[in-house]
Write a protein that binds this ligand. Sequence first.
Ligand SMILES: Nc1nc2c(ncn2[C@@H]2O[C@H](COP(=O)(O)OP(=O)(O)OP(=O)(O)O)[C@@H](O)[C@H]2O)c(=O)[nH]1
Ligand SMILES: [Mg+2]
Length: 171
Amino acid sequence: MFTSEFNHIKCIEGEMLQLNCSVYSEDIIVEWSKDDAKIKQNKNISIEIDGKNHYMTVKNAQLSDAGQYVMVAGNVRKQRTVTVEVLPEAINRLQEKDRTRYIELMQSSEVEKRYYVRIMVVGKESVGKTSLVRRLLMKNIDDVVSTDGVDIVVDQCKINIEDGSWLIDGK
Ligand SMILES: Nc1nc2c(ncn2[C@@H]2O[C@H](COP(=O)(O)OP(=O)(O)OP(=O)(O)O)[C@@H](O)[C@H]2O)c(=O)[nH]1
Ligand SMILES: [Mg+2]
């Protein structure tokens, strides 16, 4: 009776959780329950029917939404295990806007790769090594003084590996 896959679902705290199933006839009534209790709709949980497709959506999944979900249609019963993972503490501390962005990125297939590179700038004294590095990182060069020995600068910038453009502080 069910045509959709029925497996283990993982989501992250704050993400949308959606279970769906398709039945062969529009007349079939589908009942949803979680941990043996019938699911009640509220601000956060909705149950929708679109022809033969049935959806149960939790807009903003919380740890308490983890559990065993059961859909019953006639005498067919299907079960799905849902786990909700804790949002990493560092992400939790971000501003609302950044946290939302993180959750959106986690839900989309968009990914960013992070590469670590070390660049060594070597040259005769006073040729402008420190100034060059500062300029590349869009920093002020007014207070540059002669480097004593070796200077290690740890900084971050984004480089688009397709067109080579540099992004520093979003610019
Ligand atoms: N005219 C000119 N002066 C520059 C330029 N870049 C840097 N300078 C000046 O050259 C001097 C040396 O620059 P630094 O960046 O300290 O050079 P550095 O190679 O790091 O020097 P050390 O650390 O002493 O080896 C400074 O007085 C800078 O202001 C440039 O593009 N043009
Ligand atoms: Mg220097």
